[in-house]
Design a protein around this ligand. Structure first.
Ligand code: GLN
Length: 280
């Protein structure tokens, strides 16, 4: 079968299953199967696929049709400037999380040799992107999941920054090591009663431990702020991602723990998504 016919068939199926990005997803999964980039897939519609390639492609499309995210099918996801390894054990890096990175780079542009802590590092995408941008920064990433740390270490190796980063398996309550100029975190912040309303692709496949923020979604954010107030240096910055409806609650918690609120940023959907604060 020609590549183009396989894509059209796949795309029609995905569309029927309600997947809006049916063309893009089919092209990405095809590029994974034939081991070429997306440009090649678009420019070579007449390429003949072997039986094996076609079978593998159709299997991926069937998984995608059930809702499995493309990133878990390819094992990769772009974030900021790099492609990160991902597995079902890590939250898939999201574009809105780049807000943390933008803010960290902005607030640290005149700083050198700073120490960064990333709480709930997952794939490591935020911390590693930051370390890749600023070669004299050092970082520690912690996560409760050993499987996440295995992935973040692979990503650190791939980016060639394993010597400037350390990873520890720990929850935030039990982590007491060091003092930091910058603390970043994208903690689980979805209200546990609202988890069931998340997209099927998310709730059916992504790790619950990276999403479930307990009652009102702020249990983990509260812990992150409380512990950060002990681990952060004076005048250090704390930059965290929040849910669209948590701005005021999180501001209150930050203030009660001795942080000054610098700003709250909105994501592409105009939802409050990121809070920058300074320890006073
Ligand atoms: N933004 C994610 C979602 O809604 C939630 C990520 C998180 O809890 N940190 O799918």
């Amino acid at each position: 079968m020609k590549l183009k016919s396989a894509i059209i068939k796949a795309q029609t199926l995905l569309k029927k299953k309600g997947i809006e990005s049916s063309i893009l997803d089919s092209e990405i999964l095809m590029s994974k199967i034939i081991n070429k980039d997306r440009k090649y897939v678009i420019l070579n519609p007449d390429k003949i696929l072997s039986k094996l390639e076609l079978d593998k492609f159709n299997n991926l499309i069937l998984e995608r049709a059930k809702g499995k995210p493309v990133a878990y099918l390819t094992g990769r996801k772009f974030f900021w400037k790099h492609e990160f390894n991902v597995s079902k054990d890590v939250l898939i890096p999201r574009p809105e999380t780049e807000l943390i990175l933008e803010q960290a780079l902005f607030h640290c542009k005149n700083k050198s040799k700073i120490k960064i802590l990333d709480i709930g590092t997952g794939s490591g995408c935020i911390l590693l992107s930051l370390l890749e941008e600023r070669k004299d920064f050092q970082g520690i990433g912690i996560d409760i999941s050993k499987k996440c740390l295995d992935i973040s270490k692979i990503n650190a190796l791939k980016l060639g920054i394993i010597n400037r980063v350390k990873f520890y398996k720990s929850d935030i309550d039990n982590f007491n090591l060091g003092k930091y100029d910058l603390i970043i975190s994208n903690p689980p912040y979805v209200n546990r009663l609202e988890l069931k309303y998340l997209d099927r692709d998310i709730i059916g496949y992504e790790p619950l431990s990276a999403l479930n923020g307990g009652l009102e979604g702020i249990s983990e954010i509260s812990k992150v702020i409380g512990k950060s107030s002990e681990l952060i240096k004076k005048k250090g910055k704390l930059i965290i991602e929040i849910a669209f409806n948590q701005r005021d609650k999180v501001k209150r918690i930050l203030k009660s723990k001795g942080f000054y609120i610098n700003k709250v940023l909105k994501d592409f959907a105009k939802n409050d998504r990121c809070i920058v604060s300074t320890k006073i």
